[in-house]
Ligand binder design. Structure first.
Ligand code: 5GP
Length: 182
């Protein structure tokens, strides 16, 4: 797929994604089989396609909530601050919670979000990430479930964007720049 100054090469097909999501759903169902009502928390915006498919493969009763967090680099202290732009509508105290993330890259976002949600005293909290780029990790964090481990490449599609574009691609692809100006 060719765009202005870049090309998107397919990395993971829609078929491979669907098969993996089905397997993840089965594992999550098994892990939460004693739960009355699971709270599935999607991190906006990148996880919205994944969470929509994943919940349909989860066989325990669940409700869905969303959280939007944004991470900002601080060049002087080389730390990252994670700010909540949109908080959950519901409460999670005493509940079983599954946090659904699009991609774990440096790990700052998910580790801060998990720390913040753990402070609300859920009964149990786990994380499922569609993608993991372990080579980029700066914080020692790992999702309990990961769809695919990928190399250090910028990816789009299946909810993930490049400048807000390409979230609607049914596959996951890498962005390769063809224009040296960009
Ligand atoms: P982290 O805090 O783990 O470094 O960053 C996680 C966030 O960075 C993800 O939720 C995602 O929004 C963004 N991100 C990291 N890698 C990629 C990528 O390859 N493609 C896109 N579209 N977003 C990415």
């Amino acid at each position: 797929m060719s765009q202005d100054g870049y090309v998107i090469d397919q990395m993971i097909s829609a078929k491979a994604i669907a098969a993996r999501v089905e397997a993840l759903g089965a594992e999550i169902t098994e892990a939460f089989r004693d739960t009355d009502r699971l709270v599935v928390v999607g991190l906006l915006r990148g996880s919205f396609v994944f969470i929509a498919d994943l919940i349909r493969e989860i066989g325990v009763p669940c409700e869905v909530d969303f959280l939007e967090a944004s991470s900002y680099g601080n060049e002087t202290t080389s730390t990252r601050e994670v700010r909540v732009l949109k908080d959950l509508r519901g409460t999670i105290g005493g509940r079983d919670v599954l946090v659904v993330e699009d991609i774990v890259d440096t790990g700052h976002t998910i580790s801060k979000v998990m720390e913040m949600l753990r402070a609300r005293a859920p009964r149990r909290i786990e994380c499922c990430a569609m993608l993991d780029k372990p080579s980029r990790r700066e914080v020692d964090v790992k999702a309990r479930w990961t769809g695919f481990e990928i190399p250090d490449e910028f990816v789009v599609g299946y909810g993930l964007d490049y400048a807000q574009n390409h979230r609607n691609l049914p596959f996951i692809g890498t962005v390769r720049f063809t224009d040296p100006q960009k």
